[in-house]
Design a protein. Structure first.
Length: 329
């Protein structure tokens, strides 16, 4: 009997410290889930360390390992897209290589799909112990804001870590935009999703690639991609300032007629000019966020270029690749 295949998509960027640990763990979990055939789709996002060399070694020893290597660093969103396009399985999992996404959860995720009838099982962290307080607070505020202004299913602590059916994966791939915000896309496509809570797990090694500034930029991308409310707020702000200026004008006229003395003092005038000017720049900035994304989409540039795959590396013909061989790196 032919087993259903589970494709595990793993974006990697400078993960030489954690990749051996992750590979050993995912192999162990695959042995437990012996009712499924596995393929491991690693996407090297232009790493500058030995990540690609490790993937070549794994491919030589294990025929289930497949990999794509980008021509440069295109970002995690491009790596996720490439991995999903390359995945061949009936079930598709997306997870990170730093072991903050515990591979053991794949067992419960598989049960959610097969036994409970869900289309997707996604993981969410119920705590942020060990994270900087400012970063944890910013993340909670972002998810709360997205829950109010965007019509997508995004819960607090949601991770990219999830297991989905082929139907869900194909729906995600059918969305043509190149500037992608996967957390929003996962929720936008819908389908019956189960959220699997788990405690925060620290990185197995190395340092995070996400600085506070990068996370802030990423959050702006998510807001611009799935909500038009900022544009509406800019318009509302303009209307409010217009009526406020009318009220001030009426006040000045009445004061002139009543006291015969124009308003004195340049400080208040300067403050008003600065306030209105700052609001104008804010509105221009909001519109600029949307226009910049339209500009990038209109150019239709490919989201990534692939420099090498397992078919180009050693062992691509399968002559020296084992069926289910696992190594520790």
């Amino acid at each position: 009997m032919t087993l259903d295949t589970l494709s595990v998509v793993v974006p990697c960027y400078n993960e030489e410290d954690t990749l051996p640990l992750f590979y050993a763990e995912i192999c162990r979990v695959a042995q437990r889930m012996d009712d499924l055939a596995f393929e491991f789709v690693f996407v090297d996002d232009g790493s500058a360390d030995r990540t690609l060399a490790l993937l070549r070694d794994y491919r030589k020893a294990d025929g289930r390992v497949r990999y794509l290597s980008f021509s440069r660093n295109f970002g995690k969103e491009a790596a996720l897209l490439a991995g999903l396009r390359a995945a061949r399985g009936r079930f598709v999992a997306v997870m990170d290589a730093d072991l903050q996404d515990p591979p053991d959860l794949l067992v419960a995720m598989r049960d959610g799909l097969v036994k409970e009838g869900y289309d997707c099982v996604a993981a969410r962290r119920v705590s942020r112990a060990g994270e900087p307080k400012l970063r944890a607070l910013s993340a909670r505020l972002f998810y709360r804001l997205m829950g109010r202004i965007a019509r997508v299913d995004m819960v607090d602590g949601a991770r990219d870590f999830r297991l989905m059916t082929r139907r869900v994966a194909d729906a995600i791939l059918s969305m043509p935009e190149t500037n992608r915000f996967s957390k929003g896309i996962f929720g936008w496509v819908g389908f019956k999703t189960k959220w699997l809570p788990y405690e925060h797990v620290p990185r197995a090694g190395g340092d995070t690639k996400w600085s506070f500034f990068k996370l802030f930029q990423y959050s702006l991308s998510g807001i611009a991609a799935f909500s038009q409310l900022p544009l509406a707020l800019a318009s509302i702000l303009g209307v409010l300032l217009f009526f406020a200026s009318l009220l001030i004008l009426v006040f000045l006229i009445i004061r002139r007629l009543a006291f015969g003395d124009p308003v004195s003092g340049w400080a208040s005038t300067v403050c008003i000019i600065i306030f209105i000017g700052s609001m104008q720049f804010l509105c221009l900035g909001i519109m600029g966020q949307y226009l910049s994304r339209m500009y990038l989409e209109v150019k239709r540039r490919p989201p990534y270029f692939i420099r090498e795959t397992e078919e180009d590396g050693a062992g691509a013909d399968g002559s020296d690749a084992g069926e289910d061989t696992c190594q520790n790196g």
